[in-house]
Structure formats: structure tokens, C-alpha cells
Design a protein around this ligand. Structure first.
Ligand code: F0G
Length: 460
């Protein structure tokens, strides 16, 4: 389809989920009722839900058919054996444990390897990864590649880990202090940017030299493989699945939220190479999630994961998926919307501080953009800036986050090209009305994870 301008979805639609076309006036009231926090909106009032790409995929007819085949046996379920086989084949890792989602797998692995005095190192720890590590008493250190510093600069693999810093850290801390080195592909908190095979190879080599564990947070492994095939020398003709298999082969284990690239609404797994480590994790799995042949999942979920993990490597699907995200990002950039460049796999990240230059950071330009996108277009997004990561100093003054971003995360197979074009049109309207938009103040906030439940009021 490369000869055509139009992106066509490589599927037709057998079942639809209608949403109501609300008016701007209605939405102005809905967001007011939700205290200007998109997390507090009822999903029925949302038209295009770009809050997350997690657990929001549309399943295929094969997956739905698989749901009916789900074997709900407590032990030795057929569906589990199928899921285990697919994961072993993909990862090459012998010991596989099902969990109800990604963070449950993280909790098991990092509780066991973490604890006071332990250190974990990553290109960027995702929030739940960091939270699980810190909850165990350990420290999480992010070492993103210096290429990622400037949002405007083009580099093909801005998700990479800084391998020089990795060497330094592994010289500084003895091996027994290191809980693990975690490569997140793609790098979600770093803008959904991909990691190169060369980087994974370097990280693996350094970890082996220092005798520390190397894990992959692989929830967007297929999307990462797409970028490697497109951008890394030597991989032009290698299939997406083979690329993923090559990356897994470099590791000691992997943690996956199946809610992303396994194209399902719930699920995850932990896969490990080492028998002793697997034995220890198995005990934690049974205590916290469930028996080894279902973890936190029903048989039908496991069936759908097994099928989704194969479907996601389909060349037509991945081409459509990434082209669609890129199309949105490139068009927004063309009409003058500042954003993280190049466009990553699952989301477009808008630089709200640049977009609403007149709104100071303590009036949360990202929140203002998220609210405007909802009012003007019924589009739900998430602020990733000072609402999410801001802290206060001793005098109660805001210490802002490094960036004021808004993430447009695109659910897999759920929206069509015309939805994407509509979103671009909404941005055109936002640009025309930019100067009139006001910032927000927080009127109520919890102590932790305030972005989920805080209440806001518009600054007059
Ligand atoms: N790792 C990464 C890189 C993630 O993006 C997520 C979830 C997780 C782990 C945790 O997985 O939700 O199944 O427990 N990311 C979602 C998001 C929530 O919106 O980016 P989970």
C-alpha cells in the first residue's frame, strides 16, 4: 500500500460500538461536572478516547472466537498451554507466568529482586515500574540516551539507554546491589520512542560483563520491531517477529503488559530464563495472583492473548498502526502544533508549554490543552506535566515537571482514518482560539498520584 496516500485499515468492521456525537455546549457542562479533570469524565461523554492505548484494543474475530474456546480449568488449562507455547516461541524464555496485568508481573519480580539498598537502572522506568521498585525500598535510576534531550531533534532511536552511564553505574555499584537493568521498549515515558537492536546488544553485553540481570519491559515490542526494520541497518529484510525474537534472546527475562501489543483488554506475563529466580517468583505468583496455569487470568483471556501475540506481528497491521500514528503527528506538526519529534509508536506527545506560551507552568498549560481538546472535540487525553509530576517545595511553591506534555495515545484497531482526520481538524480550531484559553488552579488534591483525582478551577 506504499504507493497510496490514503491509509486503509487492514480489516473490515463486523461489530460496532456506537458513541454519541455530543455538542460543545454539552461537553462544557460535562467537563465542569468532572472538575476539569478528564479522568473524572464518564466514558459515555467521550467521543475519541485517547487517554491510553492500554487495554483499549479492538479484538479480532479470531480472538473473539478464541474467547468461546477458553478452558476455565483451575489447573493445566488448554488455553494456558497455548499461551505458554506462544510466549516461549516468541521470547525463547523457558519459565512463563501469567498475571492479570503488567504491574502484577512487575510486583512479583521487583519485590523479589528489590529491597532496601538495591538499585535498578532503566532507559526510563514506567510509573508503575518505578512505584513497584521504590515500594520495595530499592532505588530506580533513569538513564535515557542524550539523544532524547531535545524534543525537536530527529534521532532514529531516541528511546535508547545511555550505555556509557550504564557502564559507570555498574562500576560504581557492586553486582549484588543491582536488582536489574530494565530496557523499556518502546520507551513510553520517553515519548514512545524506539530502542535499537544495537542498544539492546550493548546493554546485554555490559550486563553480562558485570554479571547482572537484564530484563525487557516488552509491552510494545512489536511496535519497536517495526522501527528497527524501518530504521536500523541490516534489518530491512528481517521479519518483525524475528527482530523481536532476536531482542528477547539478549535478555534474562521479560515483563509484559499484554494490554498493549497482545491486543487484549486485560492480561500480562513474566517470562524468565533462570530456574532459581523462576522458582522464587512462582511462589509469589501463587500467593498474589493465582495458580501457575492461570495467574490472574481466566482461560478465555489466555486464549485471546495467545492469538493477539501472533496477530500483532502481521506486517499489514503494523504498517497501518505506525503509519496512522505518524500521520496524526506529522499533520499536527505541519499545522504548527509543537510536539515530540519524531513520532513514536503508540502516541503523539504535544508540547503544551510551547502551544500555550501565555499560560505559565503553575497554571498547568497541559491541563488547559486536555480540557480544550475535550470541549472542542470530545477528545480525551492525558496531561503528562506538572499536574502528574509536579511537587511542592517547603513553602508550598510548585516545583514544575521538566516538560508540560499532553499525550494522545491511540488504541489499537479501534479508530479509523477519518477519526484521525477529525482530531487534526479539532486542533485547527484550537490554534485559531489559542490566545483566549486560560490556565487552571488545583482546588483539591490527594497526597499521591494527584492527576487521577485532583479537582481544578479555571484561572480568571
Ligand atoms: N510498562 C509500561 C512501559 C507501560 O506503558 C505500562 C502501562 C506498564 C508497564 C504497566 O502495565 O497497566 O498492564 O499494569 N501503561 C499504561 C499507559 C497504563 O497508559 O501507558 P499495566
Amino acid at each position: 500500500m506504499k504507493d497510496f496516500k490514503t491509509i486503509i485499515e487492514p480489516f473490515r468492521i463486523k461489530m460496532v460500538e456506537p458513541f454519541r456525537l455530543t455538542t460543545e455546549k454539552e461537553r462544557t457542562n460535562y467537563i465542569k461536572d468532572a472538575h476539569f479533570n478528564p479522568f473524572l469524565l464518564h466514558s459515555e461523554t467521550v467521543m475519541i478516547d485517547f487517554l491510553t492505548d492500554s487495554g483499549t484494543s479492538a479484538m479480532s474475530s479470531d480472538q473473539w472466537a478464541g474467547i468461546m474456546l477458553g478452558d476455565e480449568s483451575y489447573a493445566g488449562s488448554k488455553s494456558w498451554l497455548k499461551m505458554e507455547k506462544v510466549i516461549r516461541n516468541l521470547t525463547g524464555l523457558q519459565y512463563v507466568f501469567p498475571t492479570h496485568q503488567g504491574r502484577a508481573a512487575e510486583s512479583i519480580l521487583y519485590t523479589y529482586l528489590g529491597g532496601k539498598g538495591k538499585v535498578f537502572i532503566s532507559n526510563t522506568h514506567f510509573d508503575t515500574t518505578r512505584a513497584n521498585i521504590e515500594f520495595s525500598g530499592a532505588t530506580a535510576i533513569d538513564i535515557p540516551s542524550p539523544d532524547a534531550k531535545n524534543p525537536e531533534d530527529y534521532f532514529p532511536f531516541k528511546g535508547n539507554m545511555d550505555v556509557e552511564k550504564l557502564e559507570q553505574l555498574l562500576k560504581k555499584y557492586p553486582a549484588e546491589k543491582i536488582g536489574g537493568v530494565i530496557l523499556t521498549v518502546t520507551n513510553n515515558s520517553g515519548g514512545g520512542q524506539p530502542v535499537s537492536m544495537k542498544n539492546a546488544r550493548d546493554v546485554s553485553r555490559i550486563c553480562k560483563k558485570h554479571k547482572v540481570n537484564f530484563f525487557l519491559d516488552c509491552c510494545r515490542i512489536a511496535e519497536n520491531a517495526y522501527f528497527i526494520q524501518q530504521r536500523e541497518k541490516g534489518y530491512e529484510k528481517v521479519s518483525y517477529k524475528k527482530i523481536a525474537q532476536e531482542m528477547f534472546a539478549l535478555t534474562d527475562g521479560a515483563v509484559m503488559s499484554a494490554k498493549k501489543d497482545a491486543l487484549v483488554n486485560m492480561g500480562g506475563f513474566l517470562a524468565l530464563k533462570n530456574k532459581e529466580l523462576a522458582e522464587a517468583c512462582k511462589n509469589l505468583l501463587i500467593i498474589t495472583e493465582g495458580f501457575t496455569t492461570y495467574g490472574g487470568l481466566s482461560g478465555r483471556d489466555m486464549e485471546a492473548i495467545a492469538i493477539g501475540l501472533e496477530e500483532v506481528f502481521d506486517a499489514d497491521y503494523l504498517e497501518y498502526r505506525i503509519s496512522s500514528t505518524t500521520f496524526l503527528g506529522e499533520h499536527l506538526r505541519k499545522i504548527g502544533v509543537p510536539l515530540i519529534w519524531p513520532i513514536g509508536g503508540h502516541a503523539v506527545y504535544i508540547d503544551a508549554k510551547e502551544f500555550y506560551k501565555h499560560i505559565p507552568v503553575h497554571e498547568y498549560p497541559g491541563q488547559a490543552l486536555a480540557v480544550e481538546l475535550y470541549i472542542k472535540g470530545g477528545i480525551r487525553t492525558v496531561e503528562i506535566g506538572s499536574v502528574m509530576f509536579g511537587k511542592y517545595d517547603k513553602k508550598g511553591k510548585l516545583i514544575p515537571a521538566p516538560k508540560e506534555l499532553v499525550r494522545l495515545a491511540i488504541p489499537r484497531r479501534a479508530y479509523t482514518q477519518s477519526h484521525i482526520e477529525y482530531v487534526i481538524e479539532v486542533f485547527e480550531k484550537l490554534i485559531a482560539n489559542k490566545e483566549n484559553v486560560k490556565g487552571f488552579k488545583i482546588t483539591e488534591e490527594p497526597k499521591f498520584l494527584r492527576h487521577f483525582t485532583s479537582k481544578f478551577a479555571r484561572v480568571k
